[in-house]
Design a protein around this ligand. Structure first.
Ligand code: GRF
Length: 205
């Protein structure tokens, strides 16, 4: 079975959408590990309820209940994790993990990269910037993770019409719906080995 690790920071709606596609049999994969940088959050509650091994990661050694990234790498190796999926994970992924999982870490960003990305561009900040720009189209981007925030090659995007919206919150709602479709779809393409990287571009069919 294709094994994924999902990184979360809070609400976990993308985690739920992946889990529901797995339950319905559309996605032939297993969420083998859930990792959060926050101790108390809905996503971790869900993982615990579903008996998915879950970890809170931090590099602060003094915090007993946290694991550090070296310990996580060990867990991923033991579990034979195929793909790491970041869904709103708010911490920078250490380069060692990125090197260990080259082209096997993906992130979902709630705007059409390469616009509206980078440090500080998360959550409602992204949608506010999109709203203020008066852009008429937004939507999620799934991309590879490299050493720079929101910089890795784009795997796929889904355009959402925002020409009539009245607030950033409205954009957030529309984009989140599209995220819940796009991310499981992309994971499915990974499972089916349909993602191809060339020098400059990523193809998937
Ligand atoms: C999503 O909007 C995702 O695009 C962003 O963080 C949010 C996570 O939401 N990177 P959730 O925790 O999956 O509900």
């Amino acid at each position: 079975m294709y094994k994924i690790a999902v990184f979360v920071s809070g609400r976990g709606s993308n985690l739920l959408s992946i889990a529901s596609e797995i339950k319905s049999g559309v996605l032939k994969a297993e969420i083998a590990v859930v990792v959060s940088n926050k101790k108390d959050c809905k996503a971790l509650e869900f993982a615990a309820k579903e008996n998915i091994p879950n970890y809170v990661v931090s590099n602060l050694a003094e915090e007993k209940f946290y694991v550090n990234y070296n310990e996580l790498i060990k867990v991923f190796t033991e579990q034979k994790i195929d793909l790491i999926v970041l869904t709103g994970f708010l911490k920078k992924i250490p380069n060692e993990l990125i090197r260990n999982y080259k082209n096997r870490i993906i992130n979902i960003h709630p705007a059409l990269l390469p616009s509206f990305g980078g440090k500080g561009m998360y959550g409602i900040n992204v949608h506010k910037a999109v709203f203020d720009s008066s852009a008429k189209v937004s939507g999620p981007t799934v991309h590879f993770v490299d050493e720079i925030y929101d910089n890795g090659k784009i795997i796929d995007q889904k355009a959402v019409d925002i020409s009539k919206v009245k607030s950033a919150e409205e954009i957030a709602e529309k984009v989140l719906k599209a995220e819940h479709q796009l991310l499981p779809e992309i994971i499915k393409r990974f499972v089916e080995n349909k993602i191809q990287l060339t020098d400059k571009r990523v193809f998937s069919d």
